[in-house]
Design a protein around this ligand. Sequence first.
Ligand SMILES: *Cc1c(COP(=O)(O)O)cnc(C)c1O
Length: 366
Amino acid sequence: MTKITAQPGIMDIALYQGGAAHVAGLDNVVKLSSNENPLGPSEQAVEAFRRAAFDLHRYPSSDHAALRNAIGEVLALDPARIICGAGSDEIIAFLCQAYAGPGTEVLHTEHGFGMYRISALAAGATPVEVRERERVTDVDALLAACTDKTRLVFMANPNNPTGTMIGMAEITRLAEGLPEQALLVLDGAYAEYVEGYDGGAALVDARDNVVMTRTFSKIHGLGGLRVGWGYGPTHVIDVLNRVRGPFNLSQAGINAAIAAIRDTAYVDHCRAENARWRGWMADALAEIGVPSDVSCTNFILARFSSAEEATACNDYLTSQGLLVRPVGSYKLPHCLRITVGDEASSRRVVHAVRQFKSGGADGIGV
Ligand SMILES: *Cc1c(COP(=O)(O)O)cnc(C)c1O
């Protein structure tokens, strides 16, 4: 037996399962399993990425000033209090590395994003799952779960995989009620899908215990480039910059993200298209007996009558080349998370679920 062992907590990490991307023997597969933008990124972002090909021998910017300034300008935020990461996943990891550790607790909501638990364990901290109320973040439960060991409280608003969100008054009440050593992290990966929502930026500005994380992976359609960012009080950004590697983003990623955030017309277009097909898909699924909570995101959490039915439907969709996301690992075994696609894939997935529910042409279903 080897005496070379990992730090406590590391072997408790279950490997992250990404959304399925392939089905053996099928082409024309539709991937609705990772909440990617079906329309892809802005053409201007693609062009900026192409131009970066001429400078691949150069190290990237280390302070990301051009990207931070672009974000600050477009969203009216202070660029000095923005930090960029290789996806917002990296910002989540920085927060855990810097503020949590052995003997401390990291709270996350019951059906919260999987990276909170993974990053907490990687830092040697104890993740604490806090129950939700019917798939909605419960502020009272979060406040009740706080102890003098609590260092971080993670919540996504809107949340993945539930698609639900809570209002700013509730979030403010949470921030005000936290113990003084605890930091609230508002994950705004889907904030752009909610018209007029700032992801909690104003609350960050008003307090010293709130951080917001954001990403270019969802509405901006740049998941493949790994660009995310955080916005927080000066004292937090100063801490996070000390644990950040100097060249954590590629220049191609930085340049594409700058073009993406400046193309506000494209973001508006994507938000509108998403809302249109999300509404259509939710209504069509409800009509065939598959309800969902009102989604504030680019996916729908479709509820089935049992875990068995959800699994059988997932198997049927897979056989039809339609990849969605089973969410048993999020304690929602009777649900499937379906990314809102473009018109063609939205129609295809609803058609397939309808076939499944009606027993299918060849007797599949219940
Ligand atoms: C997709 C997602 C992220 C984004 O991750 P990146 O590392 O930026 O690609 C963060 N939080 C939640 C809740 C998400 O669903």
